[in-house]
Design a protein around this ligand. Structure first.
Ligand code: EPZ
Length: 432
């Protein structure tokens, strides 16, 4: 098993490149199953979740070629002949549940394992299933699998309202609706950039979708979709993570450059909160400069759906608050108890206390290096951020969580001045 060993105190300087978006890539990949023609996707990050999804797709007979050096995926679903997504793979990554909509949309049937929960609690898929039923699918559960079929071999289309708004359920509904025999309407659709980029790819493949970017999508089903070459967008959550890294570990007044950035994908709420900390941001095309302040002003945030503050940045924001002078709060409104990182941060001397679905952070305490445990993707990167500004050495354990969503993180940070290395370790070795 791997860990990252970080010796804190080095200033972050130079340039951090942002990789392609993990969450957008997973949606774009599922769209490729809807056509018999080859699809080329560029700027695909080399991540565990992407490789897992490649294998999920290959189970169906789809041919997948991932040129990790060129970050390009070639997907040919022409040979697709098996409408199944097995538990052994789906349990590793929840987004595999997109196979439900993709296989129903392509073949009129699907047998997809229910995803498990995750570190921070249940992740229901009831809205996904209800959406398929609204499109005319017959659904049953069989030994942990969702078994779905279109009675006439093709879904008929229908109307559905999402409550709460759900990124995944929006994507699954669209996957099934774009080739349905009739019109569909989705109210309460998610408007995250992932969804907008996904709709643009479907449109380029010949789908008819109106209202892209709004909460109401109107879809006119088509008989077939064509192949496409499509560029994935930069990862907005990695961008936000790097902005926070620059604010806490950069030299005051000296810019840290983030390349391949699309800051508008972060939404105004995050960008305004970030500048309220005293950090300055300069944007020049796809290059963003962060100028850290001499002291960080604590800014309380509350997560929300887009364009609200992204829930995937709340753990990272906690570290910024720990480095700020004063107290502030982080309110999580999307998930229950997405705070598994807090006990680990407290071991580093950070004074953060969970009260209900809120973390109260008292900034300014000295942060001490320690051995800490990753529990999920965004929690693990918050431990890395803390290690960068801690006194002494921090060992971030179980970084397979990190490898799911951050491409070559230690390489990028080391190239920007951080003292960090990857080491193998034996989780069960007795202390020496
Ligand atoms: C996507 O997950 C992202 N994952 C998550 O990022 C992100 O945290 C989340 O959206 C919210 O922005 C991918 O895109 C692969 P949801 P998703 O359905 O689609 C409730 C990361 O770190 N809900 O928008 O699974 C759910 O419980 C990951 O990259 C239902 O009640 O999230 C939650 O409270 C973590 N029933 C809310 O909706 C359902 O059927 C939002 O979840 C589905 C969701």
């Amino acid at each position: 098993m791997d860990k990252l060993v970080i010796r804190g105190g080095n200033p972050l300087q130079g340039t951090l490149p942002v990789s392609g978006s993990k969450n957008t890539a997973l949606a774009l990949m599922s769209a490729a199953l809807l056509t018999r023609e080859p699809v080329i996707l560029r700027h695909i990050p080399d991540l565990k979740d992407i490789r897992t999804f490649c294998r999920v797709m290959e189970v169906t007979g789809t041919e997948v070629a991932f040129d990790t050096g060129a970050h390009t995926l070639r997907i040919d679903a022409g040979p697709l002949n098996r409408s199944e997504a097995p538990y052994e793979l789906v349990k590793r990554m929840r987004a595999s549940f997109y196979m439900l909509g993709a296989l129903l949309g392509r073949t009129g049937q699907a047998r997809v394992s229910l995803p498990g929960g995750c570190a921070w609690g249940p992740r229901p898929v009831d809205l996904h299933i209800q959406g398929m039923k609204a499109l005319g699918a017959e659904i049953s559960l069989d030994k942990g699998y969702v078994v779905a079929r279109a009675p006439l071999g093709r879904l008929k289309g229908g109307d559905f309202t999402l409550s709460p708004s759900s990124v995944g359920a929006t994507i699954n509904f669209l996957l099934a609706a774009v080739t349905a025999a009739g019109p569909s309407r989705l109210h309460g659709a998610a408007t995250e950039p992932d969804v907008i980029e996904f709709c643009q790819m479907l449109t380029a493949m010949g789908a008819h979708i109106e209202g892209i970017g709004t909460r109401t999508l109107m879809i006119s089903g088509v008989d077939a979709l064509g192949g496409v070459s499509f560029d994935n967008c930069p990862d907005r959550i990695e961008l936000g993570t790097f902005m926070i890294a620059a604010a806490i570990a950069g030299r005051p007044g000296e810019p840290v450059t983030l390349s391949h950035a699309r800051p508008e994908h972060l939404g105004q709420v995050f960008l305004q909160a970030f500048e309220q900390t005293g950090s300055r941001v300069k944007v020049d095309g796809s290059t963003l400069e962060v100028i850290p302040p001499h002291r960080l002003t604590p800014v309380s945030i509350s997560t929300d759906i887009y364009p609200g503050f992204p829930t995937d940045l709340q753990a990272q924001w906690t570290i910024l608050l720990a480095c700020a002078d004063g107290n502030a709060k982080v309110l999580e409104t999307i998930y229950h108890d997405r705070f598994k990182h807090i006990p680990e941060l407290r071991r580093m001397g950070i004074n953060a206390v969970v009260v209900g679905n809120e973390v109260v952070v008292e900034g300014g305490n000295p942060i001490e290096g320690a051995a800490v445990m990753s529990t999920d993707l965004r929690a693990s990167v918050s431990l890395v951020l803390a290690g960068m500004v801690a006194r002494g050495e921090t060992h971030v354990l179980r970084i397979y969580h990190l490898d799911r969503g951050y491409e070559g993180l230690e390489t990028k940070l080391a190239a920007a001045g951080i003292d960090v290395r990857r080491e193998r370790y034996d989780e069960w070795a007795d202390p020496s």
